[in-house]
Design a protein around this ligand. Sequence first.
Ligand SMILES: *[C@@H]1O[C@H](CO)[C@@H](O)[C@H](O)[C@H]1NC(C)=O
Ligand SMILES: *[C@@H]1O[C@H](CO)[C@@H](O)[C@H](O)[C@H]1NC(C)=O
Ligand SMILES: *[C@@H]1O[C@H](CO)[C@@H](O)[C@H](O)[C@H]1NC(C)=O
Ligand SMILES: *[C@@H]1O[C@H](CO)[C@@H](O)[C@H](O)[C@H]1NC(C)=O
Ligand SMILES: *[C@@H]1O[C@H](CO)[C@@H](O)[C@H](O)[C@H]1NC(C)=O
Ligand SMILES: *[C@@H]1O[C@H](CO)[C@@H](O)[C@H](O)[C@H]1NC(C)=O
Ligand SMILES: *[C@@H]1O[C@H](CO)[C@@H](O)[C@H](O)[C@H]1NC(C)=O
Ligand SMILES: *[C@@H]1O[C@H](CO)[C@@H](O)[C@H](O)[C@H]1NC(C)=O
Ligand SMILES: *[C@@H]1O[C@H](CO)[C@@H](O)[C@H](O)[C@H]1NC(C)=O
Ligand SMILES: *[C@@H]1O[C@H](CO)[C@@H](O)[C@H](O)[C@H]1NC(C)=O
Length: 696
Amino acid sequence: MLPIRTILVLIFLAQHVFGACPWLCLCYLKETPIKVDCSGVGFSKFPGEIDSRVQQVDLKDNKIESIRNLNTYTELEYLDLSDNKINSISSTAFKKLTKLKYLDLSNNSFTDWSQIKARSLLASTTRLTTLKLSHNSLKIFTAIEGNLFIESSSLEELHLKSCEIKSFDGNSLKNFTKLKYLDLSHNPIRWLNNLYSKTLTYLDVSHCLLDSINPYALINLPGITTLKLSGNSEFDMNIGNLTSGSLQSFEAAHCSLTSPGLAGLPNVTYANLRGNKIEKLNERAFSRNRVLVELDLSLNDIKEIHPFAFVAARQLAFVNLSSNSLKYNIPWNSFSSNINLKALDLSRNQLESVGNLSILALEYLDLSQCSIKDIKKDSLTGLPWLQHLNLSNNPLKNIPNDIQSWSLRNIDFSYCRLSVVTNETFRRFPEIGTINLTGNRFTKPFKTYMFEFNDRLESLKLGDNPWICNCSSRDFKSFWDFLKSYPVKVKSYEEKDVKCMSPDTLAGQSWISACYLEWYPVIELETSNFGIPHYGSVLIVIVIVIAGIFAVIGAIKHGIKQRIKHEEEEMQREMVEALQIQARIVHQRRQTFPLLEVEDTELRTPRPPVRARTESELTQPPTYEEAIQMMASSREDVVSSENVAGVSGQRQAHSDDDDDDDENGQSYSIGSELSDSDSDEEQIRINRKKQSHNSL
Ligand SMILES: *[C@@H]1O[C@H](CO)[C@@H](O)[C@H](O)[C@H]1NC(C)=O
Ligand SMILES: *[C@@H]1O[C@H](CO)[C@@H](O)[C@H](O)[C@H]1NC(C)=O
Ligand SMILES: *[C@@H]1O[C@H](CO)[C@@H](O)[C@H](O)[C@H]1NC(C)=O
Ligand SMILES: *[C@@H]1O[C@H](CO)[C@@H](O)[C@H](O)[C@H]1NC(C)=O
Ligand SMILES: *[C@@H]1O[C@H](CO)[C@@H](O)[C@H](O)[C@H]1NC(C)=O
Ligand SMILES: *[C@@H]1O[C@H](CO)[C@@H](O)[C@H](O)[C@H]1NC(C)=O
Ligand SMILES: *[C@@H]1O[C@H](CO)[C@@H](O)[C@H](O)[C@H]1NC(C)=O
Ligand SMILES: *[C@@H]1O[C@H](CO)[C@@H](O)[C@H](O)[C@H]1NC(C)=O
Ligand SMILES: *[C@@H]1O[C@H](CO)[C@@H](O)[C@H](O)[C@H]1NC(C)=O
Ligand SMILES: *[C@@H]1O[C@H](CO)[C@@H](O)[C@H](O)[C@H]1NC(C)=O
C-alpha cells in the first residue's frame, strides 16, 4: 500500500506528463483525435490548462471576451468558439495554429472585421477549410471599402449568415482560391455584382434584400451548382432571365417572380418557385429545362396552363401545383410529353372536375381540397400506373359505376359527400389496398359482395359517418365480420373510430361497443347477474375476478410448493431427465401433429391433487408421468399455453359466430366452465394472455 501523499504526487505528475483537463470540462486525452469539451460551462477566458497536444477544442456557449494567444496548441485542428462574447482577437493569437482546419466564431460580439484580425488569422492558418462568422455584426464584405483585403488559399467554406452585411462585393471572392461554399443569407444585401470565383459551387443569398439580379451575374461562377434566393420578397427577373450553364439546384421560394424564369438555366434539376406571383404558364415555359426533375410551383396564383407549357421537359418527375388558382380542367394533354412524371400535386385549387389527364407514368395524384364535384368513368384511364389518388375534402357526391383503374392501390375519399356505394363502385379496382371513406354520409352497412373483386383490400376507413346501428340486422353483423376477417380492414385500434350516430341510445358509441352483447352473447350470459351493459365494464370485472382467483391460487400454490420442496431434493435427478424427455416429446409433437398437444390439454383428466399423496408415496421416487406433471405445475409458463390460448379461446366463443376470427381477440371467458383449480389456473393464464393481447 502506497501512502496517500505518494498517490497524490503521482496523480499530479500524471496530469502533467499525460495531460491535464480544465475543471468542468470533458477530456478525451487517450483518443484520437484528442478532444476537450468545455462547452456551456461559463468560462470567461480561454482555459489555460488544456493539454498542449489537444486536437479538438469545443468552447461553445461560454462567456469568453477576447482571444490572446493560442500558440501552445500547435496540434489544434478544430476549434469551436461560437456563442461567446468575443470582440477582440490578438493578431498573433493563431500564429502557430498551422494545422487548424475548422474555426467557428459564430454568434460573438464582433462589430468590425478589424477586431477579428482576419488578415493575419487567415495568413497563419494555412490549412483552414471552414470559417464560420455568422451572427456577428460585420456590416461589409468587400475588397473596396475599408481595409478588408482578406485572402486564403485553403478556405473552402465561409459562413456569413446574419452579419448585417449591406455592402457586398463579389470581387472579394477572387482571393479565396478554393472557396466552394458561401453563406450570405439573412443579410441586407441589395445587389449582387462582380461575383467571381472559379471554385464556388454553393451560394446562399436567401432572405436578403435583393430585388433583381443582373442576368449574367453568375457567368463568372463556372462551377456553381446551387443558388438559394428564397425569401427575397421583392425579387423578380423582369430585367432578364438569370443565366448559368452549370446551376443544378435553384431555390427562389417566396419571392416576387411573375414567370418561372428558368430559360437561362439549362442544367437545373431542382427548381423551387413556391410562393411567388406566377399567374400563367406559357407555351414552352420549360422547354430549355431538359433535365429538370423536380419543380415546385405551389402557392402561386396560376390560373392557366398552356397545353404545351411542359413540353420538352422530359425528365420531369415531380410537379407541385398545390395552392394555386386553377379552376378549369388542366388540358388533358398538358403532361403527355412528360413521360417520367411520377407525382403531381394539384391539391388546394378550385378545380371542379377530375378531368381526364393523360400521364403515362404517373403514380401519385393529389386532388384534395379542391372543389371537385365530378369524376367521370374514364377519368383514370389516361393514368395507367396511378397508385395513389387523393380526393379528400371535395364536394364529391357520387362515384360513377364504371370507373376503373387497374393499378390504383390507395384511394382517399375522406371528407367528401358520398352516401352510396354499389356493387359496381369498386369492382374495377383489382389492386386496391386502402380506401378511406372517413367523413362521408354513409348510414347503412355495405353489402360485403360490393368488395367481391377487391382481394387485396386491407384497410377501409369508415369513421365520421352518420351510421345507423341496427345490431340485430344480419347485414350489419356480416359487414363487421367482413371487416374483421383476414386481412383485417378495421384494425383493433381503429374500432373506436367507427361510431353509431343513431339510434339515440347508441349515438356516439363505437359499433363494437354498441353491438358487442348482441354479436357475442356469451358475455351477456356470464355477466347478466351483474347487469353490466358494455364489454368495457365486462373487461374490468374479468380483470378483478381473475385477480381474486389469482390471489387464492397463489396462496394454495405456496402451500403446495412447501410440500413439494421436500420431495424435490430426492427427485432432482429424475426430474431433470423427465424434463429432457418431455422437451423431446413436445418437440416431436409440434413437428408432426401441431394440434395433438392441444387436444391433449383440452381432454386431459384432472390430475389428482398433490395433498392426496400418502406417506409411502412421498418417500417413493415418482413415476415418469408424475415427474412430468410436477414440472408442469411448478413452471409458470406452460410450454403450450400459446396454442392452448388460441384454440380453447376459439372453442369457448359461440358456435353461431360462423367466422369469428380469433386473431381479433373478440372472445372472452373467465373460465367458470372448468371446475378444478388446476384447470382454473390454466384458464387464468389463457385469459391473462388474452388480456395483454387485447390491451396492446
Ligand atoms: C447566440 O449565443 C447566445 C448565448 O451566448 C445564445 O443564447 C443565442 O441563442 C445564440 N444565438 C444564435 C443565433 O445562435
Ligand atoms: C489577392 O488579390 C490581389 C489583388 O487582386 C492579388 O494581387 C493577390 O495575388 C491575390 N492573392 C491571392 C492569394 O490570390
Ligand atoms: C425569360 O425566358 C422566357 C422563355 O424563353 C421568355 O419568354 C422571357 O421573355 C424571358 N424573360 C425576359 C425578361 O427576358
Ligand atoms: C450539368 O450538370 C452535370 C451534372 O449533372 C455536369 O456533369 C455538367 O458539367 C453540367 N453542365 C454544365 C454546362 O456545367
Ligand atoms: C406541395 O406544396 C405544398 C405547399 O408548398 C406542400 O405542403 C406539399 O407537401 C407539397 N406536395 C408534395 C407532394 O410535396
Ligand atoms: C378528354 O376530354 C376532352 C373533352 O372534355 C376530350 O376532347 C378528349 O378527347 C378527352 N381525352 C381523352 C384522352 O379521353
Ligand atoms: C389526402 O389529403 C389530405 C389533405 O386534404 C391529407 O390530410 C391526407 O393525408 C391525404 N391522404 C393521403 C392518403 O395521403
Ligand atoms: C349489382 O347489383 C344489381 C342489382 O342490385 C344486379 O342486377 C347486378 O347483377 C349486380 N352486379 C354484380 C356484378 O353483382
Ligand atoms: C385516409 O386514410 C389513409 C390511410 O388509409 C391515410 O393515409 C390518410 O391520411 C387518411 N386521410 C385523412 C384525411 O385522414
Ligand atoms: C333491424 O334489423 C332487423 C333484422 O334485419 C329488422 O327486423 C329490424 O326492423 C331492424 N330495426 C330497425 C330499427 O331498422
